[in-house]
Design a protein around this ligand. Structure first.
Ligand code: F6R
Length: 244
């Protein structure tokens, strides 16, 4: 293995979710003003569930926490049931004592995406940067919506989704034609500049991406491989993602 960080191979999805949640819970307990970078999708649902349980058990306080989500479809209304704002509210924010004003999810209806993206990066900088960033990973190796490409963009930007990402995400929509073709996403800079990165991967479908991360190559054609250079990386993956 040749990553700078560490990899924790968990028994299954539930074990991965519990251990990743423990990592976040410990971090929040040691830094009550932490700035967290968060993701949506299937993978972090269990982690958020365990964090809500810890909160309900009186073991976690989110009142001083600030969050920045990686991405949001564009265009997408925040109250749409497939918006990432809706996902975050229903999976985490509505169930803990976080101040919603301190939760940032890109605005899928912003009129001027370029200006909005610059503003999103300024907000991250003003918060002091991200302490712990949680990315999931796409089957094609994307992180956030930084899709495989000959080059990647540093700052937050409006990205075109790849056909395979649209196909993968169509499981959440009635029809593949309803999946937005664009998304606002944090760029590689915000992810790489996070003090800690907690990458989650579950299931055989993620094996190729995890194998590429561990293989020793860096390529923007498999964006997750760039995380090999991050010394604060912790990968929580299950045996299926690790072994294929
Ligand atoms: C979501 C995000 C995406 C997902 C990735 C994996 O906020 O940034 O990169 O993490 O598409 O999605 P799941 O977890 O549904 O397999």
């Amino acid at each position: 293995m040749s990553i700078k960080g560490r990899i924790i191979v968990c028994r299954d999805y539930d074990d991965m979710s519990r251990r990743a949640a423990e990592f976040f819970a410990e971090y929040i307990r040691s830094n009550s003003r932490a700035v967290l970078g968060l993701a949506t999708g299937s993978t972090p649902v269990g982690t958020y569930k365990y964090l809500v349980e810890e909160y309900r058990a009186g073991k976690l306080d989110f009142s001083g926490i600030t969050t920045f989500n990686l991405d949001e479809y564009y265009p997408m209304a925040p109250d749409h049931t497939q918006s990432y704002r809706y996902f975050m509210d229903t999976n985490l924010f509505d169930h803990v004592n976080i101040n919603k004003a301190n939760t940032n999810v890109p605005d899928g209806l912003c009129a001027d995406p370029k200006a909005y993206c610059e503003e999103y990066d300024r907000r991250i900088a003003a918060a002091g940067g991200i302490d712990v960033q949680l990315p999931g990973v796409g089957k094609n190796g994307h992180i956030g919506f930084n899709e495989p490409a000959p080059y990647l963009v540093g700052g937050t930007h409006l990205a075109e989704l790849k056909d395979d990402t649209i196909a993968a995400n169509s499981r959440f929509f009635d029809n593949v034609a309803d999946v937005p073709r664009k998304a606002i996403t944090m760029g590689i800079d915000a992810i790489m500049n996070a003090k800690n990165v907690v990458l989650l991967a579950s299931g055989k479908g993620k094996h190729e991406a995890i194998a590429a991360l561990l293989s020793g190559v860096y390529t923007t054609e498999i964006p997750v491989t760039l995380l090999r250079a991050h010394s604060g990386l912790t990968v929580f993956c299950d045996e299926n993602a690790y072994n294929g």
